[in-house]
Design a protein around this ligand. Sequence first.
Ligand SMILES: [Zn+2]
Length: 75
Amino acid sequence: MAGWRRVEHRRSGDWNVQPVSAASAVKDYSCPGCGLTVAQGTAHLVTWRADGVLGDASDLAARRHWHTHCWRIGA
Ligand SMILES: [Zn+2]
């Protein structure tokens, strides 16, 4: 299992944060924090809005993959 989803409260709103294990990271993603690649096989975080502004389906479609460090520093 990749870990527990949690909700974090930020100035930008409420965000769902779901850890993704290295084994589950089967694609490369672009990190919105630093602009670099989250390489396949790297444990990281996926986030999407939790305040329902656009509706759950839209929020899920717009989820982003972050390096764990980049999300933590709030980039
Ligand atoms: Zn990053």
